[in-house]
Design a binder for this molecule. Structure first.
Ligand code: DGL
Length: 268
C-alpha cells in the first residue's frame, strides 16, 4: 500500500489544481494523473456518459497500481462517486463534500454561492451536501460552462474571460452571498479574475485543500523519504496539456503519455 501511487483524474487540466495541492502536501508519494482531454468537457454530458467515463478513468488508474482514487472533477464527483465507491476495491475520494465543508466554515451570513458545470449544478450535489452540514444555509447556484473552455485555453486573464465572468456572475451577486464555491476544478485557474470581479468581501472556496486534508486522514505516513514521482497521462492533445500544465504547476512536465481509447485502460 505504502509504495503504490495516488491516482487522480479529471476531464482535462482542471484537476491539476488538486494535483498541485496534493503534491505540495505529500512530497514522498508517487502520483498518477489522468486528464481525459479527448472527451473534455464532461459538464454538458449526460449522467450515464459521465458515469461510464469515470469508471473507465478509475479502472485505468487502478491498472497503473493506484492505491486510492481522488476524483479531481466536480462533475464526476457529483455524478459517479457512489458507483465508483461501490465498484472499486480501493478508497475513492470526491471533491464535493470537502468543498461543502470548507464553505460552511468560511461563511458568516450563511449565504453561499456555488458555480460549476451544468452537470454539477443540475445534480444539486452541493446544495444537498451543504444543507446536510447546516440546514440554515442558503445556497444560490449558477452553471458557468464556458469557464472550462477558457481555462483549457489558458485564457486566465483574457478580456473575453472578464466579460464572461461578468455575464455569469452579475445576477448571482444580487443574493448577498459572502462565500463563493468554485465548484469545478477548472475554475481556480481563473481565480484571480473571478476575485477581481466579485471583490474581496466574498471569499472564494475551492476544494483542493479540503480534499487533501481528507487524504491526510486516510493515508498512513509514508516511511520512505525519497521524493515522489509524477506520471501524467492524457487521452489527447499532449502538447497543449503540457503547455497549460506548466503554467498551472509552475514546472515542466517531463513524463506525459497519451493513452489511446480502447487499449487496455478501456477494458472491464
Ligand atoms: N473540472 C471538471 C469539474 O470539476 C470538469 C469540467 C468539464 O469537463 O466540464 O467539474
Amino acid at each position: 500500500m505504502d509504495k503504490k501511487p495516488i491516482g487522480i483524474f479529471d476531464s482535462g487540466v482542471g484537476g491539476l489544481t488538486v494535483f498541485k495541492e496534493i503534491r505540495k502536501r505529500f512530497p514522498y508519494e508517487d502520483i498518477i494523473y489522468f486528464g481525459d482531454t479527448a472527451r473534455v468537457p464532461y459538464g454538458p454530458k449526460s449522467r450515464n456518459t459521465v458515469i461510464e467515463y469515470s469508471i473507465q478513468n478509475a479502472r485505468f488508474l487502478i491498472q497503473q497500481g493506484a492505491k486510492i482514487i481522488v476524483i479531481a472533477c466536480n462533475t464526476s464527483s457529483a455524478t459517479a462517486i457512489t458507483q465508483l465507491q461501490k465498484l472499486l476495491p480501493i478508497p475513492v475520494l470526491g471533491v464535493i463534500e470537502p468543498g461543502a465543508l470548507s464553505a460552511i466554515r468560511v461563511t458568516g451570513n450563511k449565504r453561499i454561492g456555488v458555480i460549476g458545470t451544468e452537470g454539477t449544478i443540475r445534480s444539486k450535489a452541493y446544495s444537498s451536501a451543504i444543507s446536510k452540514l447546516d440546514e440554515n444555509c442558503n445556497v444560490f447556484s449558477k452553471p458557468c460552462p464556458l469557464f472550462v473552455s477558457l481555462a483549457e485555453e489558458g485564457w486566465e486573464d483574457h478580456e473575453v474571460t472578464k466579460l464572461t465572468i461578468k455575464e455569469y456572475l452579475t445576477s448571482l451577486l444580487q443574493n448577498d452571498i459572502d462565500t463563493l464555491v468554485l465548484g469545478c476544478t477548472h475554475y481556480p485557474i481563473l481565480k484571480s479574475a473571478i476575485q477581481q470581479f466579485v471583490g474581496n468581501k466574498i471569499t472564494l472556496v475551492d476544494s483542493a485543500e479540503a480534499v487533501t486534508d481528507k487524504l491526510d486522514e486516510i493515508l498512513p505516513n509514508r516511511e520512505t523519504k525519497e521524493i515522489g514521482k509524477d506520471n501524467f497521462y492524457v487521452s489527447d492533445n499532449e502538447a497543449k496539456f503540457k503547455q497549460i500544465a506548466s503554467k498551472i504547476l509552475d514546472m515542466e512536465i517531463e513524463k506525459l503519455i497519451k493513452v489511446k481509447l480502447g487499449e487496455g485502460w478501456f477494458l472491464k
